[in-house]
Structure formats: structure tokens, C-alpha cells
Design a protein around this ligand. Structure first.
Ligand SMILES: C[S@@+](CC[C@H](N)C(=O)[O-])C[C@H]1O[C@@H](n2cnc3c(N)ncnc32)[C@H](O)[C@@H]1O
Length: 252
């Protein structure tokens, strides 16, 4: 069994940005049982082939792998693909693979997956294209979980400077996000990797337009279909009177 120190050493050598190393430490130092409980509450167990869309540092991959037959991670940034692949290899999880590619043009055939899980990713994509791709690669009847950020998250970051450090300014990120959002909705242009505000009503409308049926909508970490105990949110659902981080479970 690989230790936390060994996992961290892989990240130290593989991630060049300080803010990525901080993000890595936050995700991998969270108890694995918290991720497992969240997945059980969403019904992401006993499934065939699951896609983790925007798999990042790989902590959800590990949890998904223990509960489902096969897991594929799709991740845009090559350093994260390399680091998470190495961790998966060292953890000896033969049912997981990580592929580099964008959510907007996914390198998969139609109807490839039984379910898609996407945690805090769509806000960094041209989300209308990414949602259409999720619909295309999902099998009919397959479930899709996503969470993403509304305006309240960025107001909170501007006011409170959440998780700011010498490597990351939450205020600059929030200001940048507001500028990106205006550009995205005014022109349809999205710069890869840049974040935008995703108003919940627009996300729901887009999903329904594509043909998804909405099963549940709530603040991040609140959907609990199975009555799982000890399920806890990682982020606030509302800040300063505005939606912050919300989640949606839907089916094709
Ligand atoms: C906030 S992180 C979340 C990562 C992971 N899902 C988690 O819960 O820790 C967002 C991830 O989306 C990835 N990403 C950004 N733009 C993407 C795109 N266009 N296609 C696929 N992944 C993307 C980033 O590299 C990053 O790893």
C-alpha cells in the first residue's frame, strides 16, 4: 500500500506550479471515506464504466475504482494526467486509466459510459460544448452528476479571499472570472482553463435542452439518495444571498 508521503513525493516532482501542489495536498489529505460516502449518496456504486470528467489529481478516481467495474479519468492538463496516472499505478488499481483531453471534444465514441461524474470542472470549460459532449458519450439511461459554481462563490472569494496563499490570489481569480463570464456570454468565446460563473438556471436549461432529465438539484454535498450517514459538503451552497456551489444529478 502506498503511503501518503509517497503520494506527496510524486506530486512534489510532477507538479511545477505551487498552487497545484497546494490543491494536491488539500485533495489527498481529505479522508477517502468522505469521497466514498458522497459517491454512495449519489448512487455511484455498482456501475459498469464510469467517466470522471476533469479528474484532476485523481482522488475521486480512487474512490470510484473501489465501487465500480471500470473508471476512466479525462483531464486537460498533462502534469495532472501524469501525476494521477502514477499514483493510480502505484496504488495498483488496474480498473482505472487517465486520458489527456478536453471536455469540449472528448476522445470517446458515442454511448461509451454508464455514468459520468464531474466535480468542479464545468466552470473551467466552454460548458455548453462540454455538456453536449457528456450527453453524447453517455449511454441512454446513464446518470450524470455535476457540480459547479454560481455568482455567490466568486463574491465570497472577492470578499473573503478563500484559500489565498503566496501562490494563489482568490480575489484576482474572482475578478478574472467575472471578466471571463461577460466575454463568454457576450461573444461565446472561452479561453481554455479560464473560469466562468455558471448560473444554476442556465445550467439546468442547457441540460434539459440536450435531453437530460433532472433527478435532483441542491447545494453542493446535499443530494443524498440513499440516506447515507456522515455525508458532508466541501463547499457552501450560498454566500451573501447568491448561489455559491450547487450540484445536479440527471439522467439521459
Ligand atoms: C477544480 S479542479 C477539480 C478536479 C477534480 N475533479 C477534483 O474534484 O478535485 C478542475 C479540473 O478540471 C480540469 N480542466 C480544466 N479545463 C478542462 C477542460 N477543458 N477539459 C477537461 N478538464 C479540464 C483542470 O485541469 C482541473 O484538474
Amino acid at each position: 500500500m502506498i503511503s501518503f508521503e509517497e503520494i506527496q513525493a510524486i506530486a512534489e516532482t510532477g507538479l511545477t506550479l505551487g498552487r497545484d501542489r497546494e490543491f494536491f495536498a488539500r485533495t489527498w489529505s481529505t479522508a477517502p471515506t468522505l469521497y466514498e460516502k458522497r459517491l454512495r449518496a449519489l448512487g455511484f456504486t455498482g456501475l459498469g464504466h464510469v467517466l470522471d470528467l476533469g479528474s484532476g489529481m485523481g482522488q475521486w478516481l480512487r474512490a470510484l475504482a473501489g465501487m465500480n467495474e471500470e473508471v476512466t479519468g479525462l483531464e486537460y492538463f498533462t502534469e495532472r494526467v501524469a501525476v494521477s496516472s502514477e499514483i493510480i499505478r502505484r496504488m495498483e488499481l488496474p480498473n482505472v486509466r487517465v486520458i489527456q483531453g478536453p471536455a469540449e471534444t472528448q476522445p470517446f465514441a458515442d454511448h461509451s459510459f454508464d455514468a459520468i461524474f464531474s466535480y468542479s470542472v464545468l466552470l473551467l470549460t466552454d460548458y455548453r460544448k462540454a455538456l453536449a459532449e457528456a450527453y453524447r458519450v453517455l449511454k441512454p439511461g446513464g446518470r450524470f452528476y455535476l457540480n459547479t459554481n454560481g455568482l455567490g462563490w466568486y463574491i465570497y472569494n472577492m470578499v473573503d479571499g478563500h484559500n489565498s496563499s503566496e501562490n494563489f490570489s482568490a480575489r484576482d481569480m474572482a475578478i478574472d472570472t467575472l471578466a471571463n463570464t461577460i466575454q463568454y456570454f457576450a461573444t461565446g468565446q472561452h479561453r481554455p482553463g479560464s473560469s466562468i460563473v455558471m448560473p444554476k438556471a442556465l445550467t439546468l436549461a442547457e441540460l434539459e435542452k440536450l435531453g437530460f432529465k433532472i433527478l435532483a438539484v441542491d447545494d453542493e454535498g446535499k443530494i443524498n439518495l440513499t440516506g447515507e450517514s456522515g455525508v458532508s459538503p466541501f463547499f457552501p451552497g450560498e454566500k451573501y444571498g447568491h448561489e455559491a456551489v450547487y450540484e445536479i444529478l440527471c439522467v439521459k
